[in-house]
Design a protein around this ligand. Structure first.
Ligand code: NAD
Ligand code: MG
Length: 394
């Protein structure tokens, strides 16, 4: 019997993970966690006969309790309950909470010394050394679930990483790939929330439109595999069929292709080190006809430049980047700042906080990361409020 826990089970990655788990024999679900969608969380917990269902928010607990009445599933709420669920022994844990909120549960899950399938890229960007250091200390394995990183991981199988010259991660370019800067400045959250190829949560979809998602993935590539910043490239590829390419010293370029379905990367992490049959569409290249590639335009998508600044700065710059980006995204979704203001808010937050004594401190301590995260959120909110005033002309 394989014991499994899914953090963020009600989200896009969480649902895909449960879809795969529903096809498995001998799986025992230890814990499922979600946010405000308690109806769905309770439904999942009943279907999978989970040991415990946890909502992140205390005000949602009464509704969760009601929905689980008579099911035998324990109900709990709040960050302490999330950590308690993470401490319950499990053989495979999916980390699919969105945002920096996924860091602490992921760290606790690693304490069990098992496999952590990591979709929550924010925890690597803000605290890579802490997360990976903890995995080493506890003898746990972290497997990448982001499609690009799963692709690199697969292309590296059986290879000597010292023979890698460069890695290229692809970006669809999002809905604004061909838009002018002026049009992008006026883009609405609804327009930014329409991804051409992937069906994902709202936040990552908007981050894909700004290329902040790709910027985070560049940093994620550096943290996860240890490549130097100059070895990591981004290529715009509108069809999203090639997820990543690894270039070797002999000039060979190994590409990973697949349908845009996260169940491939999740399934790879679920069955690793084996390969098993997965219920994903097989690519029909003849029907696709062509694969296009273009260089990203950093003028319209400054997030990529900011990712390089963050890698150059090191220390807690990644924590500032993640927190400021999340705050800017909240302000954009609420209609308080414009689409292009998001990069402005993140850049100014990084510039202001670079003067902090702790900014250059290694991201290997949870308290230091969380303190910088809090400071970055307050700073970004202040900057966003100023920009909001300017934008609305008040
Ligand atoms: P989503 O918004 O669909 O789901 C997020 C999950 O986290 C939900 O269960 C939600 O209830 C829960 N949640 C939200 N706020 C929370 C909080 N404060 N505390 C605890 N739980 C909270 O997001 P998603 O698209 O599934 O993405 C999840 C993670 O996976 C993100 O880090 C994202 O970057 C990463 N990822 C997603 C995809 C994708 O295709 N969706 C691909 C690659 C990586
Ligand atoms: Mg990705």
């Amino acid at each position: 019997m394989r014991r499994v826990t899914v953090f963020g089970s009600t989200g896009s990655i969480g649902e895909s993970t449960l879809d795969l788990l529903s096809r498995e024999q001998d799986v025992q679900v230890i814990a499922l966690t979600g946010g405000r969608n308690v109806e769905r969380l309770a439904e999942q917990a009943r279907t999978f006969r989970a040991g415990i269902a946890v909502t992140a928010f205390d005000d949602c607990l009464p509704a969760l309790r009601d929905a689980l009445q008579g099911s035998g599933v324990e109900a709990a709420s709040g960050s302490a309950a999330l950590l308690e669920a993470a401490d319950r022994p499990a053989d495979w844990v999916m980390s699919a909470i969105v945002g920096a909120a996924g860091l602490a549960p992921g760290l606790h899950a690693l304490g069990q010394g098992k496999v952590l399938a990591l979709a929550n890229k924010e925890s690597l960007v803000s605290a890579g050394p802490l997360l990976l250091g903890s995995a080493v200390r506890h003898g746990a394995t972290v497997l990448p679930v982001d499609s690009e990183h799963s692709a690199i991981f697969q292309a590296l199988r059986g290879e000597d990483q010292a023979t890698v010259e460069r890695v290229i991660i692809t970006a669809s370019g999002g809905p604004f790939r061909t838009w002018s800067r002026e049009a992008m400045a006026r883009a609405t959250p609804a327009e930014a929330g329409r991804h051409p190829n992937w069906d994902m949560g709202q936040r990552i979809t908007i981050d894909s439109a700004s290329l902040f998602n790709k910027a985070m993935e560049v940093i994620e590539t550096r943290e996860f595999f240890g490549f130097s910043p100059h070895q990591i490239e981004v290529l715009v590829h509108p069809q999203s069929a090639v997820h990543a390419l690894v270039g070797f010293v002999d000039g060979a370029l190994m590409a990973h292709l697949g349908a845009p379905d996260m169940r491939h990367a999740i399934g790879h992490a679920l069955h690793w080190p084996e390969r098993r049959v997965l219920p994903v569409e097989r690519l029909d290249l003849a029907r696709l006809g062509r694969l296009d590639f273009e260089a990203p335009d950093e003028g319209r998508f400054p997030a990529l430049r900011l990712a390089r600044d963050v890698m150059r700065a090191g220390g807690l710059a990644g924590a500032v980047f993640t927190a400021a980006k999340e705050t800017a995204l909240d302000h954009f979704i609420a209609g308080r700042i414009g689409f292009l203001d998001m990069a402005g808010v993140v850049e100014e937050s990084l510039t202001r906080l670079a003067a902090q004594p702790d900014f250059g401190r290694p991201a290997d301590n949870l308290d230091a990361v969380l303190a910088m995260d809090g400071l970055a959120r307050r700073t970004a909110a202040e900057i966003a409020a100023m920009r909001g005033l300017t934008t609305t002309g008040a």
